[in-house]
Design a protein around this ligand. Sequence first.
Ligand SMILES: Nc1ncnc2c1ncn2[C@@H]1O[C@H](COP(=O)(O)OP(=O)(O)OP(=O)(O)O)[C@@H](O)[C@H]1O
Ligand SMILES: O=c1[nH]c(=O)c2[nH+]cn([C@@H]3O[C@H](COP(=O)(O)O)[C@@H](O)[C@H]3O)c2[nH]1
Ligand SMILES: NC(=O)CC[C@H](N)C(=O)O
Ligand SMILES: [Mg+2]
Length: 512
Amino acid sequence: MKDVPILVLDFGSQYTQLIARKMRENGVYCEIVPYSEPLEAIKARAPKGLILSGGPASVYAKDAYYPDSGVFDLGIPMLGICYGMQLMTQHFGGSVVAASHHEYGKAELTLEGNHILFAETGCGQIVWMSHGDKVEHLPEGFEKIATSANSPYAAIAHEEKQFYAFQFHPEVYHTEQGSRLLKNFAKYICGCESTWNMGSFAKEKIEEIRAKVGSKKVLCGVSGGVDSSVVAALLAEAIGDQLVPVFVDNGLLRANERAQVEAAFKVRLGVELITVDASDIFLERLKGITEPEQKRKIIGETFIEVFEKEAKKHNGIEFLAQGTLYTDVIESVSVKGPSKTIKSHHNVGGLPEWMKFDLIEPLREIFKDEVRILGLELGLPKEMINRHPFPGPGLGIRIMGEVNREDLEILRKADVVMLEELRATGYYEKTWQAFTVLLNVKSVGVMGDNRTYDNTVCVRIVEATDGMTATFAHIPHDILENISRRIINEVDGINRVVYDISSKPPATIEWE
Ligand SMILES: Nc1ncnc2c1ncn2[C@@H]1O[C@H](COP(=O)(O)OP(=O)(O)OP(=O)(O)O)[C@@H](O)[C@H]1O
Ligand SMILES: O=c1[nH]c(=O)c2[nH+]cn([C@@H]3O[C@H](COP(=O)(O)O)[C@@H](O)[C@H]3O)c2[nH]1
Ligand SMILES: NC(=O)CC[C@H](N)C(=O)O
Ligand SMILES: [Mg+2]
């Protein structure tokens, strides 16, 4: 097993992966394992430091999650975050109780002394809290190294053991100096050097792919999107013509998408792309289906069926490669800890049990913006890298309720108009993702003195870095006005356009 300088034990926080990612940004390779990882497996990775993540449970409750207690005796530095801090406290005989005041959001730190963990940060820094429990009494040997108005133990330390803990979340964006705090732990406490980068990641992945695939072939699902293009580039580098790239027309694509993808792939990757037209099968199976999760499962399953059928036409295909990212995984299934299912991404939670392929998913641990850096590293063109994400289930999850050909056409036309306006005003590049949704909500309008009773299109444009969180984009009103006017004038069947002003959380980016 490969050595990993910093290992995170995941107790189910939605933010766990951000810890790993912030560490990687600091040049320290970091991986996540479930909280229940056997002690021997942890030792085998020879980590220089362990991080205990946050989590939804309470350490004193019946359903609390405990790691192998041997992790506290490994003799290596440890950093507990929120639940991780509470766990450490309880393990060493301190007490954790339900707090009378829950603390969600911003807090200001007051430092006690000059701890090396806070090197180059400073007093009064803003941190982000998210907890309902609190440390009431510190265990022996621990002392506080920072406080906040509501948390007398905002940060604690046991110098002899080199155990540290934060009640706040250094991994989230809103903790101003969070990245620096994690770096300080890795650098000053664990003695890690900042030598890792996306170039070394690409090399490792290429080696791993070669070792796994041997002389077999790999079918790679490509969509023209960023993630699968990067995976295809990694595979092309690793195994050359043992790569069989397959693009599926599932009938849920945007206007002209198929032609664009075919053209882009030929020119840029120089590999022969196989296109399978499976639109009839997908649309037939979606008839009468309105429940979002059911739609997603049907689409996921049909993708695999199409891939397996295609694989039979070639000799020696044993693997399916997909551009699965961490975002797809964390929302679909409980990955490595006890987190909740939000929606089944077609390429993860939507995979059928009967699937025979062995999966190759080199991007499974990383985020979209990291993938973009990797893509540039691999020499992919900027237009391919900066393309907005487009989900595999496509327009199927952007038509509320049943999907049919007529509505697909309406939505395609609205989408073209919206994208034209965004591109013309430079807002395509300035935003993270933009699309239209057909709401299937009818309302009354008046056009040319006549009454209309037609459908509604929702415009959704968001800002994000990795898609884990997002805010609606503040698009100038005159641009929204043009989009609205043009959609209503140019798309038959639409008499109303609305703009989605919700953020994620509590909403999600897609509507289904
Ligand atoms: N039409 C398609 N044909 C073949 N494979 C697909 C198709 N759509 C999606 N996939 C597979 O599912 C994976 C996940 O889709 P997803 O949309 O998240 O990634 P992407 O399309 O590669 O990138 P982007 O997020 O930029 O759209 C893809 O990486 C690809 O392997
Ligand atoms: O390939 C995909 N298959 C899916 O099933 C899927 N569901 C959502 N998405 C994309 O993921 C990002 C986060 O979306 P949500 O906030 O809606 O979960 C956004 O970029 C979404 O477009 C998907 N991509
Ligand atoms: N974010 C967390 O780790 C929360 C820990 C614990 N569930 C609490 O509410 O205090
Ligand atoms: Mg896509």
